[in-house]
Design a binder for this molecule. Sequence first.
Ligand code: ADQ
Length: 489
Amino acid sequence: CERQEGRPYKQRLLVVANRLPVSAVRKGEDSWQLEISVGGLVSALLGVKEFDARWIGWAGVNVPDSVGQKALTKALAEKRCIPVFLDEEIVHQYYNGYCNNILWPLFHYLGLPQEDRLATTRSFQSQFDAYKKANQMFADVVNEHYEDGDVVWCHDYHLMFLPKCLKEHNSKMKVGWFLHTPFPSSEIHRTLPSRSELLRSVLAADLVGFHTYDYARHFVSACTRILGLEGTPEGVEDQGKLTRVAAFPIGIDSDRFIRALELPQVQEHMKELKERFAGRKVMLGVDRLDMIKGIPQKILAFEKFLEENLNWRDKVVLLQIAVPTRTDVPEYQKLTSQVHEIVGRINGRFGTLTAVPIHHLDRSLDFHALCALYAVTDVALVTSLRDGMNLVSYEFVACQASKKGVLILSEFAGAAQSLGAGAILVNPWNITEVAASIGYALNMPADEREKRHHHNFMHVTTHTSQEWAATFVSELNDTIVEAQLRTRQ
Ligand code: ADQ
């Protein structure tokens, strides 16, 4: 390593995402309380020791005054975070509007809510303008902090316009972009009014990454069919410029979960859960309460299983933990009521005076409680209608070294491509098939469970989040070298 002022030189990595990995609460005119949230991306980058990583993103709060902005910037700097300040109107149009009402459902093959379709069509252009404006605001902050030799890694559907903004300002900047959701079939992407502009903006990056080969293939098809560009085995070529397109399946920090199981507080949680559900098999669902997660479909499949297997009625319990998201959006409120209604009906139908078949919690669990739940579960049910990857399935597998429980997994989650051999794959729309899989999983012999678990455990513990981040960034560095070589030839 080169040395700078006595310290080993580390390449700087600027990670740009819509949200910073902190929650910020204002405590006074110039004081802020910050809490770091250790999500997948944070732990992935903590593990990448060869880079000096900094975060750039929105802190999730509106800070209209300069005193507040200065104080927050200073507090965040200690956490290696740099804020992008977005006002309420931009957040409304860019984040709630274009990102969450248009791109999120479209990329998950859900279309737009029927009653909002016309309204959305009318407000489309103003939301797209706000999206571009917000992306330019992110770019301005990156440009301000960028130093020669830095690598810039942009994340997700919120920032598809960012690679173009960055390259227009500095064509030598090393820019990568990774999508955490699925990239849909080019036939779906074609329906988006801003389809070409978005594709061209992403193509400005040097490396474009997806969770699976299918998503990468859909993206290349969209570029060839919509833009008429040439797809090559390496990516997409436009007038001699190659944008590398590849699959980089994300993982989790599996050691963090495995180590947590040894902690006294986790052991205590496990003991309580085992006592609470003694004599019953435990089935588990952990999801954000979002349309894409297929929660009503999962619960209806469980109902069908009980209907057809009355002997299991008081021998199995489904624990569904659902963190509410976007609670101000009517469609999400409707989803919550729908889930409550179905759970109430099923508990009324199959419950007894001493036990109910479904425990549904509308909230987040802390890390230790979550690990304990994963560890005592017999069957995990992940029935997303579409999901970029789905980390819950990985977390469950990591916590199952002693129990060797069964994973029922949607074929429409990216994780189906990596955990498919060990999991029971299902079509979440087919509740008859899911109900039959529940029966199969609950009755599975120990040797089959062991074999399936072993396959998945090996995958989860070797394809970690750290490996994912390191591979993406090192490929981004190599890509640039290749691009420079090509230009010189
Ligand atoms: P998400 O849609 O949020 O992520 P997922 O990959 O399952 O989906 O990650 C959810 C995370 O939240 C997990 O770490 C899980 O432990 C946690 N979580 C969920 N419900 C919880 C609860 N009730 N209590 C506590 N924690 C809970 C997006 C994409 C995914 C992709 C990831 C990473 O939609 O497809 O896998 O990014 O790229």
